[in-house]
Design a protein around this ligand. Structure first.
Ligand SMILES: NC(=O)c1ccc[n+]([C@@H]2O[C@H](COP(=O)([O-])OP(=O)(O)OC[C@H]3O[C@@H](n4cnc5c(N)ncnc54)[C@H](OP(=O)(O)O)[C@@H]3O)[C@@H](O)[C@H]2O)c1
Length: 305
């Protein structure tokens, strides 16, 4: 099993960062930093922290993830998602560290009818997607062993996400209408963290490259919302939580055109995970199974709203 002495982990208050803390601690000493300890808009701070910590592995889930806001803040999105990963890669290379970075399905335009493979042409539709693609390119431009893990539709027990929003809206509102013509794989931050730990434990420099890492299967945002409420309704009964006003089968289906957003999203966000499976032997759980696990990982005392 590959072993790393010092692992620098960014973005520990985010969904993936927080989920990574425990699995990474089984693989080495984790030095975890949040925005206060490492502001990614500050290149000197990035260089200083990496030199001080001198890790042999950097795991970097921190990112600018406000997809719609990015349309109005392109400079900030690019500073965090494009410039910072390049500086991290340069500094990682200098101290001899391996880098694991996360990217997104939004690097594709979504016009393909089948799941995307890593060699498919990228053509992001949004500022966020463009900034993430530029971050990938900045890492690839530095010759260092790395993994770029493209994931999609991330949710989990920690932080803000679609799952928690749906649960909240279903308790606050009398009706819910969700987009039913964008397809992808909801991916649990717990699954991402577990798969990352397996990839690290099986690390070999020749496996360096870009991989798709999502839960298996496919649904629409509407299908995801229905599954969330169905699972949540089962928990409500178990735990005596307040009953939501909208039931899973009552969620209305709308089109993307009915729900305009500042950022354009791909219609097809499905990513083929075969390359990851072949290289690292990682078989990702189906999104439905992963959702049940996240629901059960929620705090027992109170609903997640
Ligand atoms: N969320 C998704 O649906 C999704 C989909 C595909 C790919 N991804 C990718 O997956 C990775 C993990 O995403 P996630 O869902 O875990 O994101 P998240 O929950 O939004 O967390 C992002 C983290 O980055 C930190 N951050 C933002 N700006 C920063 C700055 N200037 N300096 C330092 N830290 C900063 C945030 O800090 P604060 O807590 O202080 O704000 C937050 O902890 C990212 O690379 C993302 O692009 C996400």
């Amino acid at each position: 099993m590959a072993r790393f002495k010092k692992i620098l982990l960014t973005g520990i208050r985010g969904q993936v960062g927080r989920s990574l803390q425990q699995p990474l601690s089984a693989l080495g000493e984790v030095i975890a930093v949040d925005r206060q300890q490492l502001d990614l808009t500050d290149r000197d701070a990035i260089r200083r922290v990496i030199r001080e910590v001198s890790p042999d592995l950097i795991v970097h889930p921190a990112a600018y993830t406000a997809v719609d806001r990015a349309e109005a803040e392109p400079d900030l999105a690019f500073a965090i998602n494009a410039v910072a990963p390049g500086v991290i890669a340069e500094e990682a290379s200098r101290v001899g560290a391996v880098l694991i970075h996360y990217s997104t399905d939004y690097v594709y335009d979504g016009h393909k009818s089948a799941p995307y493979v890593e060699s498919d042409k990228t053509d992001p539709l949004s500022v966020y997607g463009k900034s993430k693609l530029a971050g990938e390119d900045a890492i690839r431009a530095v010759a260092l062993p790395h993994l770029i893990l493209r994931t999609s539709w991330v949710y989990g027990p920690y932080g803000k996400n679609f799952m928690k929003t749906i649960i909240r809206l279903a308790t606050e509102r009398d009706a819910l209408r969700i987009v039913a013509d964008q397809f992808g794989a909801p991916t649990s931050s717990l699954s991402i963290a577990e798969a990352t730990a397996v990839a690290i434990s099986r690390w070999q420099d020749e496996l360096s490259g870009t991989y798709h890492l999502t839960n298996a299967g496919r649904t629409s945002w509407h299908g995801f919302a229905q599954a969330i409420l169905a699972d949540y309704e089962a928990l409500q009964t178990d735990r005596g939580w307040p009953v939501s006003r909208v039931k899973s089968e009552e969620i209305g289906a709308i089109t993307t055109a009915d729900y305009p957003t500042p950022a354009t999203r791909p219609k097809n966000s499905c990513l083929d995970g075969s390359k990851l499976k072949q290289a690292f032997g990682i078989d990702m759980p189906d999104w439905r199974v992963a959702l049940e696990r996240v629901m059960h990982a929620l705090e027992l005392e109170s609903p997640p709203v």
